[in-house]
Design a protein around this ligand. Sequence first.
Ligand SMILES: [Zn+2]
Length: 497
Amino acid sequence: MNEQEHRRLRTAFLPTRDPATYEPDPPPDVPFTLPELRRVYSQSHSSTAEKWVAYTDGSVVHQDGLAMGSFAGMFTQGPDTRMEFRGRVVEQPMSSTRMEIMAILVVIAITPSATPLEVHTDSQAAAHMMLRVAAPTIPRELANSPDAFLWLHLRGWLQSRQAPVSAMWIRGHSGVAGNVRADELARSAHSDSSVTRWTTRTPPPPDTPFWPKYDDRAIPRRLRRLFREQDEAITSSQLIKQVNAVPHRPRQSPKEVEHILHILRWTVLPNGQTAKKKCWNITNIRDSNIRAFGLKQLMGFLPTLARQEAWYPNVYDRPELIRCAKCSQPGETQEHLYECADHLAVKESFQARFCTIESSRDKTCRQADMRMLRPWNSMGWLQGRIHPRWALMIPSLQHDRLMTVGTPTAIQRLLRSSLETWYHTIWLPRCQRTISQEKSQGLHQGAKLRRMRVTQHRRPDAPASPAPNLPLFFLESSKERMDEYHRLMLRLMHGAL
Ligand SMILES: [Zn+2]
């Protein structure tokens, strides 16, 4: 680990509790640990059975937009007196698999160490992982699981037992008495305030030197993934600032900028199709080109000749160099680029791209006439917003297809095809024409770059470039990073992610 990574780690995990913005409720919940489980659930059962058999179940319900979990189980063989248990969890994030694991953990905790245990669960995910959890080395599948924290505890408990534990999957709701009862118990626990509430405010699993925590709770994320999400959040909050710093433009809400970022994240496949990606990794040169282009266009920073003249007066010092290479009109702006384009080719390109993005399965993509809407034209000034006229068009785009899509998806597809049309059909041909115009005027690439540099050296007092430079705090971890980390964690741990 080098110095930079060290600093990054340190600052990413600085204490983030800020009493002014976030006051956690006093934690009434019981830490989900072996001693506490035994204290709550096992009241010294006498047993003569050679093997204990248990049925477990987990349940998740949604209330006021938040997921609430409960788990339960019962022993059909083992304790001499009938033994059932229930538990609740109100922490986010929540999943039914997590509830299932917790139920299995309870069963393991209260079964005597020297007695073999057989657990029946109707969760395939949990049963599957139970087969792997005892492997001599920790399987990747387990380490990558969102419930790794619990699985590693479970693994430790299994290793400290004398007798084995086996898990079996049974089909849910198939009438097996133990399963039916466990299901009833779990569902009844949600609304029963006498049922113990558990929390993952617990120590890290055994043989784990540390575990990322927030507010004393285990963060259910892999470190690398957490870093990636944090970096994305910081990038997008910086982008919101930069987009809104452009003068004479409508302000963009974080949600709107998120839509823009989403369409930029899509990738162009070698066969020309556009596919959605899950992450920001740049996988090919087309990705980085279209992203750079998209951002410049959305923010109005395309290096048009009008801009080049303003920024590099030393280079573009003759009227022959700053006129549109196609129609010779002086002062080539972003708006002029569209006006000057070959409209028929633009329209055809847009429709073809829209149909390609629409769906690879949909062979009947009708050539909707989008000339009136001209989305490729308004991409820049809309900054990723939807034009009122586009909005009218969207229902017909949704219903014309075999597959119906949501409005945000339809908008994103329109924006994406518009972006690609701008790039391929308007911008690239323009670049070629401009380069040959410059060459014919004796301005070659090498000479151009030299003169651009000279300009910068000789004019230290030149007005600041209108392009916002990346702020220092973006490169150096600081308060912004901490704030973003705090926000990310709040969303993650309180159910919004
Ligand atoms: Zn022109």
